[in-house]
Design a protein around this ligand. Structure first.
Ligand code: ATP
Length: 563
């Protein structure tokens, strides 16, 4: 196909602001293009030259594109630069300069869409010494062969700024209109979720129609669109959305990864946005090779940074692994761990249609646990109190919250459905008043807090009965230095002190003399079967130690009045 036809389409799309019209223009274009070109045309209308997962990203440096314009146009580079400063649009610069091409430079023949596509791929594939110059030369040849109005779009494509308002979903709509006459793209979207490549879908629609899509399989090495979670306003809503037993996992704050191992044993990693991240995590690939006992797989995990002992480190540290250079030294500096939470494919078979319970049971069998590869922490319960308790524990461990999952739920690719519900600490708002609570015991720390206390058991004062009743476990807001000081500060006693009432679910690892009062900011007071007050402060955060006697702490009545 002549490139000029594509230029005419681009001009039409550029001047159109209605989404419906965009789809119609695209649909009638797709209907008449030669089948052998349809796939590459879908990429080009998106301003790309392949599906995202192929990592063939255009986006040359401004400098190279401007240089190519000045060479192709036979003008001083200062003029091109000035024009760029004035217009801010590389497309207009190219069009303006290349209106008058020096005759000697104009090659014979017309530029075809195919040639444009090939050369853009060649630009992406050129690397090593002298590559900038080689890339510029390819671009110069494209500019020379194109009419000026086409140069406008070539320049924008090269910089990765085509921006015609067309997205993947627009292309799917247009393909549906073109080849089924219907706007409903349900089937196309379902296919796109397991094959996120509009080029493949376009070619099949054009050759075999919508029925052909059924034959597109899940392919190891090609990412599957990830399943996402819904959110609820109140935790109680979970019971309505997922009746019966629930699986609850920690929601780790890291980077999602979809790992694919093909039949040759090659492991490829994809990000949540389906971009390949294998080069960033060579260490993780090695761990997965050793620690996952399967010939082929597609699994999902959250990658988190850890220290040399396997304790979790903050998200910001993991972010330092987002780099192209110096990867090896960062592999050493910032080790990672995969918290594996789902299995989509195993040993040649898709398992996405199996229930969560089945998938994760199989998953746990194939993980050879190590510091670097583990199955996510999980409980199964039908009690929201237990869910809340688990939530508080995860917050105390420094995680974002929890993921509540339907035991019977299938893996819904590309869908934010009710099979997964996220519950994060950000959803919980603060109480107006802080509380002064008595510290009566503590729980040993895990992970980063190993060797010190992980959480303090806190109580209110029942002035009528002269008793201390537990109301929360406090782990958030205490700095590492403070935690290190705590064992020296408190006086440990062997058993539950007199006047302290504790339910069996809340028995701490160590008991303290009830002498210190801490000021705590909480999110909410809720009913609780685990605390002797019958109420719990949710999401408590330490503010400071108070110079108060335990009997001057917040009373049972005060808390009851807050509900
Ligand atoms: P958020 O900002 O909450 O991460 P999101 O839009 O990226 O939102 P959600 O569906 O809302 O994605 O939340 C799911 C994300 O949580 C996943 O993409 C994954 O990266 C992360 N995550 C952490 N732990 C788990 C887990 N155990 N199961 C599933 N996802 C998890």
């Amino acid at each position: 196909m002549d490139f000029l036809q594509l230029v005419e389409l681009f001009e039409q799309l550029e001047n159109e602001s209605s989404g419906n019209k965009l789809r119609e223009i695209l649909a009638s274009f797709f209907k008449k293009v030669p089948i052998e070109d349809i796939s590459l045309l879908t990429y080009l209308t998106l301003g790309k030259i392949s599906a995202d997962y192929e990592s063939a990203v255009l986006g040359l440096a401004d400098k190279s594109v401007l240089k190519a314009i000045s060479v192709a146009g036979g003008v001083e580079s200062s003029r091109v630069k000035k024009l760029m400063q004035d217009t801010g649009d590389v497309g207009l610069v190219a069009e303006n300069i290349l209106k008058k091409k020096p005759r000697t430079l104009v090659p014979v023949g017309k530029l075809t869409v195919h040639e444009l596509f090939e050369k853009l791929h060649k630009i992406v594939g050129t690397s090593g010494s002298g590559s900038q110059e080689k890339k510029t030369n390819i671009l110069v040849s494209l500019f020379q062969k194109s009419p000026a109005k086409g140069a406008k779009y070539i320049a924008r494509l090269a910089l990765g700024v085509l921006r015609l308002g067309v997205a993947e979903m627009t292309v799917l709509d247009a393909l549906s209109i073109a080849f089924t006459g219907e706007k409903d793209k349900t089937v196309l979207e379902a296919t796109y979720n397991i094959c996120p490549d509009v080029g493949i879908i376009a070619e099949i629609m054009a050759t075999a129609g919508i029925k052909g899509l059924q034959k597109i399989p899940v392919k190891v090495g090609r990412p599957i669109k990830v399943m996402l979670a819904q959110r609820v306003k109140e935790l109680d809503e979970v019971e309505v959305k997922i009746p019966g037993k629930l699986a609850v996992e920690a929601k780790y704050d890291g980077e999602r990864v979809q790992a694919h191992k093909d039949s040759k044993g090659k492991i490829t990693l994809f990000s949540r946005r389906m971009e390949e991240t294998s080069a960033q995590f060579p260490d993780l690939i090695e761990y997965l090779q050793k620690q996952i006992d399967a010939k082929t797989f597609i699994l999902e995990a959250e990658i988190i940074a850890i220290d040399s002992e396997g304790n979790h480190r903050p998200f910001q540290e993991l972010m330092q692994r987002r780099r192209k250079h110096d990867v090896a030294s960062y592999v050493k500096k910032i080790p990672v761990q995969a918290q594996v939470f789902d299995l989509l494919y195993l040993d040649g078979k898709v398992v996405m249609d199996k229930s969560y319970e089945e998938r994760t049971t199989i998953l746990r069998k194939i993980i050879k646990k190590s510091k670097n590869v583990v199955a996510s922490a999980k409980i199964v319960t039908d009690s929201l109190d237990t869910v809340d308790e688990f939530f508080q524990e995860q917050i105390n461990l420094g995680y974002e919250g929890i993921m509540i999952k339907s035991l019977g739920g299938v893996y819904q690719a590309g869908t934010r459905g009710w099979n997964w519900i996220k519950w994060k600490k950000d959803y919980v708002h603060d109480l107006q008043d802080s509380l002064d609570l008595v510290v009566i015991g503590a729980f040993h720390g895990k992970g980063r807090r190993h060797g010190t206390y992980g959480a303090l058991l806190c109580a209110v004062y029942d002035s009528k009965k002269d008793q201390f009743l537990t109301v929360c476990k406090l782990g958030t807001g205490l700095t590492d230095e403070m935690l290190a000081e705590l064992p020296k500060k408190f006086s440990i006693v062997k058993r539950c002190p007199a006047r302290v009432v504790v339910k069996k679910e809340m028995i701490p690892d160590v008991w303290f003399v009830a002498e210190f009062v801490v000021e705590v900011r909480g999110a909410e007071i809720t009913k609780s079967p685990f605390h002797s007050l019958g109420l719990a402060v949710r999401f408590p955060r330490f503010l400071r130690f108070r110079d108060k006697k335990p009997e001057q702490a917040t009373t049972k009545k005060e808390v009851e009045d807050m509900v």
